[in-house]
Ligand binder design. Structure first.
Ligand code: HEM
Length: 206
């Protein structure tokens, strides 16, 4: 999800993110029912609602934080939505960690989702720390990593229909997807960032 994505690429990322976020917000409805396997997670009540609603908030905000002209023209808005994004990731990520511990898909899924929660919160906290230290290029790079991980919610939901269509065994596939939904995202982002060396002179002071 590079900052200089073509507008078509950005629109696709924003659209997919909004679709998954809107689905996740349905957990705020009293009538919401979780899919089999997830409903039985011992931490589902109340942590599924906390996780789904906050992670969805981060997912909705994320793409707009990456738009350069919005950052340049509305810096105060960028700071406030940035605080909301960070808070949503940290609280939504803590709830995700609990859900990972209770996953009915077993220890491999616990490891996959648990590691994702930890790496997601670490990248986001690091991005926030860099913003506070006014190290804006590092802030930007950590935020890109953070959003690549937030986007795992989309990639997971792109893999699941493939499992159904191909008839692959569900539980084994779900365990593999607990890693596949985020490791390639993070590697792709690292590859992108490596091709763009760190700018040590901050634009504001340059
Ligand atoms: C990026 C870090 C994330 C982690 C570590 C994570 C982890 C988890 C875990 C462990 C579960 C329960 C799965 C189970 O019991 O087997 C879950 C469910 C769920 N998560 Fe996340 N999640 C993340 C991001 C997101 C995002 C960004 C969204 C929303 C846009 C989201 C929406 C949901 C929803 C809606 C469910 C309920 C299952 C469903 O209805 O599909 N998650 N998540």
């Amino acid at each position: 999800m590079p900052v200089r994505l073509g507008s078509l690429g950005w629109a696709l990322v924003a659209l997919l993110s909004a679709g998954v976020a809107l689905y996740a917000f349905h957990y705020l409805l009293p009538s919401a029912v979780a899919p089999p396997g997830i409903a039985e997670n011992p931490f589902a009540r109340p942590w599924l609602v906390v996780h789904a609603s906050l992670a969805a908030t981060a997912m909705l905000i994320g793409p707009f934080q990456l738009v350069p002209w919005l950052r340049a023209r509305r810096p105060r808005l960028h700071r406030w939505t940035g605080r909301a994004y960070v808070s949503a990731c940290l609280v939504g990520g803590s709830a995700a960690l609990l859900l990972a511990l209770g996953s009915t898909a077993g220890p491999i899924a616990t490891a996959g989702f648990g590691l994702l929660a930890l790496v997601w919160m670490t990248a986001t906290a690091q991005a926030w720390r860099m913003a506070l230290a006014r190290r804006f290029d590092e802030h930007r790079r950590w935020m890109l990593r953070s959003f690549a991980l937030t986007f795992a919610a989309v990639t997971l939901r792109l893999y699941l229909p493939i499992v159904f269509i191909t008839g692959l065994p569900y539980i084994e596939s779900y365990r593999a997807i607990s890693f596949l939904c985020w490791v390639p995202n993070l590697l792709a982002m690292e590859f992108y960032l490596r091709r763009r060396p760190l700018q040590t002179v901050e634009p504001a002071r340059a």
